[in-house]
Design a protein around this ligand. Structure first.
Ligand code: HEC
Length: 244
């Protein structure tokens, strides 16, 4: 008797595991570009954690391209200079003529390493990509040029002690400064020094723009919104008085 009850219990447990899977993955890319602001210090288990050796298209490659190549007059949808549009995976692959595993045959890669300033991208007066940025694109192509994404803050969102140098500057330099530096201050805004970022934060525009609040231009312009955790970090930094 006891034994059958035990077997029934086991069976019930097994079936409920089948019926109610506890591990639900969110879609890779959120369909809605408007970021809900998470409560500060929430844990974030959406998506997948980032592996140390993989280059992630959505997290690293696309933000770089958006920031360095899609300003007006260049490779945004409206300008589509020479037919090249670098705003999403499909168009990067097709109009950038990316050949998976083969950077040397990929137009996107060839133009960023071209030593002739007349052919190089980004073209003068913009500065060439840095060695690290070039390596990032090369490695992504060598790894198969997949549409990969991960969650940089998987499992936790630490908004304690965010400073300009440990949290804000690295984030802005990967997502924003292509369009907000002295060579290319779009919207007449530079975000490359502590004072510049502080000034923008004090007026409320920095947080308003990344949280995509009404009344502000949604940033990064034309790109994927920052993750809720990054938005929370910016808010925490502003609320803490913008520590350097
Ligand atoms: C592709 C270019 C581009 C990128 C990338 C970009 N911006 Fe902008 N930004 C602009 C332009 C252009 C404007 C001027 C307003 C407009 O045209 O929408 C602007 C305006 C702003 C403003 C003023 C908004 C307002 O409504 O007052 C802020 C703040 C800002 N950007 C912050 C950022 C931050 C932070 C990032 C990175 C997360 C970023 N931007 C990424 C192009 C860009």
């Amino acid at each position: 008797m006891l034994k059958t009850r035990f077997v029934k219990l086991l069976l019930f447990g097994f079936i409920s595991v089948l019926l109610f899977p506890s591990c639900k993955h969110d879609p890779l890319i959120p369909p809605n570009p408007v970021v809900p602001v998470n409560p500060i210090d929430s844990s974030d288990f959406s998506g997948w954690p980032c592996g140390p050796d993989t280059i992630y298209f959505q997290n690293q490659v696309l933000p770089l391209l958006i920031s360095k190549c899609t300003q007006s007059g260049c490779h945004d949808v409206a300008s589509h200079k020479e037919g090249v549009v670098l705003v999403d995976y499909q168009r990067v692959m097709s109009t950038g003529k990316v050949k998976a595993f083969n950077p040397g045959n990929s137009k996107l890669y060839k133009v960023i390493v071209d030593t002739d300033p007349g052919d190089r991208m980004p073209e003068p007066p913009y500065s060439p990509l840095t060695a690290d940025e070039i390596k990032l694109i090369r490695t992504w192509i060598e790894q198969g040029a997949q549409n990969t994404a991960c969650n940089e803050n998987y499992g936790s969102c630490d908004t304690q002690n965010v400073t300009y140098s440990n949290g804000i500057a690295p984030l802005l330099s990967s997502r924003c400064t292509g369009c907000h530096s002295s060579t290319n201050p779009q919207g007449n805004l530079k975000l490359t020094t502590y004072d510049e970022v502080k000034a923008s934060a004090q007026g409320g525009a920095l947080y308003g723009a990344v949280a995509q609040l009404p009344g502000y231009s949604a940033m990064p312009k034309g790109g994927t919104a920052l993750s809720p955790c990054f938005v929370s970090k910016i808010k925490a930094w502003v609320d803490a008085g913008m520590p350097q």
